[in-house]
Design a protein around this ligand. Structure first.
Ligand code: PAF
Length: 286
């Protein structure tokens, strides 16, 4: 049977309910569309592990700040549909905003505490509450056994894991690695906003992360020293403007005063007007 596209909550609920009654194992890959090879690698991983796969395409208004790029976020549903159908997905679930958030919708699912203290959170107030709210809502509707997310959004993954555990949703959270262009640029739906100069400059983020890792391998153990090594690579590159460079514990996302264990080097930068993020987990040698 080919892929079907469902647009209403009720249709998706009925479909998931039918599959569950038959004892099938359901997988879910939530996306905002404008699909690239990173998304498709999550889809491929999911397809290997479940009986039926639902992929959502929904540009979630409540995870964008008032000055962010919700209106210009790329919407390429016809192309996404063709890609997902070719990949062997069972259902493309693409609800209208009014179906996800009917008039009067007033609930937020919010993770609090250290996971939302640093990295992107202070720069994007309300963003992660928007993400956890939509993911919790999707989990209620799709009722998957497992869901796949990309490592590029490492903080999002940690927060969703926390939420899933705290709410006891029973959904297994799985993570796919970052997929990169040949010059190291992490795939992102926002890369299409880069002009020529921006596209040439953007791999500096990856080179900065690699410089941080090299400093750790050379024996640097102070976050300030690693950050300085990353800055040396990034500072001369125009039009790159670093928003943050952080080195945190890879599990707890807490800042470190001396590097040990598994750490995460994370970066957010504007390349022209486009905000990009990237990260690199590193095991610190003893
Ligand atoms: O990572 C994304 O694309 C979004 O944050 C997600 C998980 C689909 C929720 O809107």
């Amino acid at each position: 049977m080919g892929m079907v596209m469902l647009r209403t909550i009720r249709a998706q609920q009925a479909c998931s309910e039918r599959w569950r009654r038959r004892g099938l194992r359901l997988g879910f890959v939530p996306t905002m569309g404008a699909l690239h090879a990173g998304h498709l690698s999550l889809v491929a991983a999911a397809l290997r592990n479940v009986d039926r796969l639902v992929v959502s395409v929904f540009v979630n208004p409540i995870q964008f700040g008032p000055r962010e790029d919700f209106h210009r976020y790329p919407r390429t549903l016809a192309r996404d549909r063709a890609l997902l159908s070719r990949a062997g997905v069972d259902v493309l679930f693409s609800p209208a905003p009014a179906a996800m958030y009917p008039p009067g919708f007033a609930t937020r699912v919010t993770v609090e505490g250290p996971l939302v203290a640093g990295l992107c959170a202070p720069w994007r107030p309300g963003h992660f509450a928007g993400v956890t709210t939509v993911v919790a809502r999707f989990f209620q509707v799709v009722r998957p056994h497992a869901a796949w997310f990309g490592q590029k959004d490492a903080q999002q993954v940690a927060i969703i894991r926390r939420m899933t555990q705290d709410l006891g949703t029973g959904v297994r959270i799985l993570v796919g690695p970052i997929v990169r262009e040949s010059d190291g640029l992490a795939l992102s739906s926002r890369n299409r906003f880069l002009d020529r100069a921006g596209r040439m400059a953007a791999p500096a983020l990856w080179r900065g992360l690699q410089a941080g890792r090299a400093a750790i391998r050379r024996g640097e153990r102070s976050p300030a020293g690693v950050r300085a090594a990353m800055r040396r690579v990034l500072a001369p590159v125009s039009p790159v403007r670093v928003q943050y460079l952080d080195i945190v514990d890879a599990e707890t996302l807490q800042p470190l005063y001396r590097l040990r264990g598994r750490v995460l080097l994370a970066i957010a930068a504007f390349v022209g007007r486009t905000r990009l993020i990237d990260n690199l987990p590193v095991r610190v040698p003893r």
